[in-house]
Design a protein. Structure first.
Length: 142
């Protein structure tokens, strides 16, 4: 699967987390454990990002670093909501999902970063693609 497809799939999958968390709040139960939910390396997107499938120039980019950090923060925020939900603290869990709540803020930042990364992923994987034409050594030396 291409990097763009991986990112698109992750956007959809992580977008559904709010529904999963709302279900945990209403039932007081979570499918899986809070610890597993809290680790970004347990989800398919995190495993892909950590894999050799991601080109080294892409992994070295600031956008990769930003998405990786926000992905980790997203999972931690989701785990906090889930922990509140299964502890019977529904009001606190719901507050985290509100527009100014921790999960909502981190989720929005993460989704924005992934959209930006998706738009630039081809150029990151092929740094030479950024050049509009080949550069001749004499041009560089002036």
């Amino acid at each position: 699967m291409s990097a763009t497809s991986q990112i698109e799939q992750a956007i959809g999958t992580h977008g559904l987390f709010k529904l999963r968390l709302r279900s945990a709040i209403s039932t007081g139960r979570l499918e899986g454990s809070v610890a597993t939910l809290g680790s970004h390396l347990n989800c398919p997107f995190g495993k892909w990002m950590d894999s050799p499938s991601v080109a080294p120039p892409t992994k070295a980019s600031s956008q990769y670093a930003k998405v990786d950090l926000l992905h980790a923060r997203f999972h931690v925020a989701a785990a906090k909501v889930a922990a509140l939900a299964i502890a019977g603290k529904a009001d606190e869990a719901k507050a985290a999902l509100e527009a100014d709540g921790e999960f909502a803020v981190v989720s929005a930042e993460f989704m924005t970063a992934m959209q930006e990364w998706k738009g630039n992923i081809g150029a990151l994987a092929r740094p030479s693609a950024r050049l509009s034409r080949p550069v001749v050594l004499t041009e560089l030396m002036g």
